[in-house]
Design a protein around this ligand. Structure first.
Ligand code: UTP
Ligand code: MN
Length: 518
């Protein structure tokens, strides 16, 4: 026990709700604790909801605490309030020193060894690598941290992912932690997980998360088209355990969710490379009729060599800037006329010059861009699953063969151009006999002067984008987005005429898309 007068308590407001923070302070004052409004040298007891010391220290803007100061869990505070005086600090009250991987870039002073460059965009990361078992575990922890939300968890999620990316780029299978010596993104917590797998084949912590019912539900729910982390959390809080239950209960909602739920099962069957190629050919054919010389590129996972994916990302441009204007709505009306559109939303471009430099903050949504795009679900004729010849793909009018407008009329008798209340519900459409399968498609239009940045951005991976953008910022003070590269010092943008030039401007070795699977 301590004399109240020796104790100066500072309750860190971060991660504590305002109201709760107020209540805690009032309780402390009631029992005559000395409270500090801000952190300073005379504070002896710092109470925080941070789970790791290094996170708290970062917020306090110090690298270490004065010797007389203790970093403590809220449990020390509540125990003290119960005791009406500051209680002795027990082990259970102390905040563990830290998860070095959370901000290992700042912590580690050892330069990375030559064979592991610091940023994943400087390394070749193939799709098939030698450390799948380790990466699967680390990315499960990433997944879990992302689901828990909040800035700290986001940073934690990134730390797991960065560690996984180091392993993905190794040319050998990890057998000993010494093989990772000096790699920046491998902190103590990561080492613990890896050691567990090396020793026993699994890590207890990972298995605990894997078997956590909340995680299992979140994993299913967050995959529903239109459902993010928040929606999924809400479903769980409302007692939902399966997508079927959600489907029955949530009959209203935004169009994405309604279709996402109704077509969930088939959207979960991965899109094959064959389907993606057939769709691209079909779209190219239609596009050329509207806008000769339009370029259509299959991006996303397929461009990185994946043989299956959750959607198809098609990027359009035209070498004469301005020609791309008005193209997408025309393409969409062709698709509509051929009854190929199940649902979707077109958004005009929201690009302004400002997007070149103001989007570069490393936030969760930093990959959202301002291109004109359509996001939706297309009805894929079942034949598109097979390798098919152009004659089978189109009739002589250039329309997709299996889905003539007539055959669709039969399937959806009440479908009218303008949505009305008597339209079939998504569930009814899903249940009706049909010769197509629902596929998620993104159609993006980039003006030519932004195109190669858009190409890099839409090729990904997401982590590759994060890393190359951080690299651009840290190394050159450049802001990088899918719209361009902007020199923040000279306040000017750096145009590129090829993908390779994007890499050259950054001084990053050029890796083909297949090696950007970080
Ligand atoms: P996806 O989410 O489709 O990822 O985004 P993916 O790698 O293709 O994965 P699968 O194979 O479909 O499952 C494709 C790329 O487009 C970027 C993402 O960062 C990713 O690199 N993207 C996505 C953007 O740049 N902006 C967006 O608004 C959305
Ligand atoms: Mn994709």
């Amino acid at each position: 026990m301590k004399d109240c007068e020796d104790v100066v308590v500072y309750i860190m407001p971060q991660k504590i709700q305002k109201q709760r923070h107020r209540v805690m302070k009032m309780a402390a004052l009631k029992h005559h604790f000395t409270l500090a409004e801000e952190f300073s040298d005379n504070v002896t007891h710092i109470v925080t909801e941070y789970e790791m010391a290094d996170q708290a220290l970062k917020v306090l803007k110090v690298t270490e605490l004065p010797q007389h100061a203790h970093l403590l869990k809220v449990s020390w505070f509540t125990d003290s309030i119960k005791a009406r005086e500051p209680v002795q600090i027990l082990n259970q009250h102390k905040i563990p020193l830290g998860d070095a991987n959370v901000d290992s870039r700042q912590k580690s002073e050892t330069p990375p060894p030559n064979h592991i460059p610091e940023f994943s965009c400087q390394r070749s990361t193939p799709l098939k690598h030698h450390n799948a078992k380790f990466c699967e575990a680390l990315e499960l922890l990433q997944d879990y941290a992302e689901m828990k939300e909040g800035d700290d968890n986001y940073m934690r999620a990134l730390a797991w992912r960065r560690a996984s990316c180091v392993l993905k780029s190794l040319k050998f299978t990890l057998t000993n932690l010494n093989q990772l010596k000096g790699a920046k993104d491998i902190g103590r917590h990561v080492e613990k997980i890896l050691q567990g797998i090396l020793d026993h084949g699994t890590s207890d912590e990972v298995e605990r998360v894997r078997n956590d019912p909340w995680y299992q539900k979140m994993k299913i729910f967050t995959k529903v088209f239109g459902a993010g982390v928040k929606t999924s959390q809400e479903w769980i809080e409302n007692g939902m355990t399966t997508v079927d239950e959600v489907r029955q209960k949530y009959t209203k909602g935004d169009w994405r969710l309604r279709f996402g739920l109704a077509f969930h099962d088939e959207l979960m069957q991965l899109v094959t490379r064959q389907e993606a190629d057939n769709f691209k050919e079909f779209i190219k054919h239609q596009s050329a009729k509207i806008l000769p010389d339009v370029s259509v590129e299959l991006c996303g996972g397929f461009k990185r060599g994946k043989t299956a994916g959750h959607d198809i990302d098609l990027l359009f441009t035209h070498p004469l800037k301005g020609k791309e204007l008005g193209f997408l709505p025309q393409l969409l009306s062709i698709l509509e006329n051929q009854k190929l559109v199940l649902c979707g939303k077109w958004n005009r471009s929201t690009f302004t010059e400002e997007a070149l430099y103001s989007d570069s903050k490393r936030t969760k949504n930093s990959q959202l861009d301002h291109f004109e795009k359509w996001i939706g679900i297309i009805k894929f004729p079942k034949q598109w699953r097979k390798s098919i010849s152009p004659e089978e793909l189109f009739n002589d009018r250039g329309e997709s063969v299996p889905l003539s407008p007539d055959s669709c009329e039969d399937l959806e008798p009440s479908k009218k151009k303008q949505k009305t209340d008597d339209e079939l519900s998504p569930e009814e459409i899903a249940a009706s006999p049909r010769n197509w399968i629902a596929r998620r498609v993104d159609l993006i239009v980039a003006p030519y002067d932004q195109y190669f940045y858009a190409l890099v951005g839409w090729t990904g991976s997401k982590q590759f984008n994060r890393d190359i953008r951080t690299y651009a910022r840290r190394t050159h003070n450049y802001a990088m987005t899918s719209h361009g590269l902007y020199d923040l010092t000279k306040r000017k943008s750096l145009p590129a005429k090829s993908e390779k030039e994007v890499f050259d401007l950054l001084g990053v070795p050029y890796f083909p898309a297949e090696e950007r699977n970080c």
